[in-house]
Ligand binder design. Structure first.
Ligand code: FES
Length: 126
């Protein structure tokens, strides 16, 4: 399988690995087909993502996708971060092999879930 240099680089030196205690947004997704699991933690201030971390048990593409996704949403407003798509993740990684596309989808889903979690906490309780 041919990986781009960017995928290799993010796999070898993943950015933002770790956990945020008491995150403002949290999302956990898994892919039943491959068994991989991805968790995203967000710190949000005034609707801007000030920090993002991930913990991923998965393949090289899943780790590279998590790494680049956290980089892409850090410093972005919630509204902009919601625009993140797996296509963008793949583009930023310089491509992914066809059988590894679902790894980028996992990253998009995890980020969106973490943002939805943040937004749901913001809703006034009734
Ligand atoms: S093989 Fe399943 S996330 Fe990569």
């Amino acid at each position: 399988m041919q990986y781009s240099e960017k995928v290799m680089e993010h796999f070898m030196n993943p950015r933002n690995v770790g956990v945020i205690e008491n995150p403002d947004g949290y999302g956990k997704v898994g892919n039943p087909a491959c068994g991989d699991i991805m968790e995203i933690f967000l710190k949000v201030d005034n609707d801007v993502i000030t920090d993002a971390k991930f913990r991923t048990f998965g393949c090289a593409s899943a780790i590279a996708s998590s790494s680049i996704s956290t980089e892409l949403v850090k410093g972005k407003s919630i509204r902009d971060a919601l625009q993140l798509t797996n296509k963008k993740v793949v583009e930023e990684l310089g491509g992914l092999p066809a059988v590894k596309m679902h790894c980028s989808v996992l990253a998009e889903e995890a980020i969106k879930l973490a943002i939805e979690n943040y937004l749901s906490k913001k809703q006034p309780q009734s």
